[in-house]
Design a protein around this ligand. Sequence first.
Ligand SMILES: Nc1ncnc2c1ncn2[C@@H]1O[C@H](COP(=O)(O)OP(=O)(O)OP(=O)(O)O)[C@@H](O)[C@H]1O
Ligand SMILES: [Mg+2]
Length: 179
Amino acid sequence: MTLKISNLTVNHGAICAINQVSLEVPTGKLAAIIGSNGAGKTTLLRALSGLNHPTSGEISWMGNNVVGVKPEMLVRAGISHVSEGKSVVPELSVRDNLELGAIWRRNKKESQESIDRVISIFPRLGERIEQRSDTLSGGERQMLAIGRAIMSKPQLLLLDEPSLGLAPLVVEKIFQTIL
Ligand SMILES: Nc1ncnc2c1ncn2[C@@H]1O[C@H](COP(=O)(O)OP(=O)(O)OP(=O)(O)O)[C@@H](O)[C@H]1O
Ligand SMILES: [Mg+2]
């Protein structure tokens, strides 16, 4: 089992955001977490990428317990997180945002190859490559957020509400790409 979550509990102070969650995701599979507002979906994803600290329970990734591992080390271990709300660095160009996704690799040639790959998935980003990110449309910004995550060549891609606020056609495109 590639990802195995066992009895995971995360408290935010007095608030219990998730309580004893267990979940397994095998290699090559797609899992969807469904729940109402405040159910704890974001909390779960943030725990998987090291941004939230579990109160108890285990997260096993490729056979290693990764609770307490720093987010930047988890990226190197193949876990990439696209947070809720199309988050990109607004002042930076599309290219600079993409390069941030692979900055820890420090290899210009490999970085360019990854940019080419992202552009082949989302051609629109290629057409906007030198444009400031805060001038992108909502759908383009979500493509950029996902593209930046792909830059790190993830083996586990965590997407928090990838269709939030997007038009139906854009949602269709994003979901086709995810598949
Ligand atoms: N840093 C925090 N401090 C205190 N409470 C928090 C914190 N983060 C989340 N919570 C609370 O934990 C609960 C779960 O929040 P979470 O963001 O995980 O829900 P969600 O399922 O992603 O909801 P949504 O569908 O609205 O995005 C909520 O009640 C929220 O108010
Ligand atoms: Mg959420």
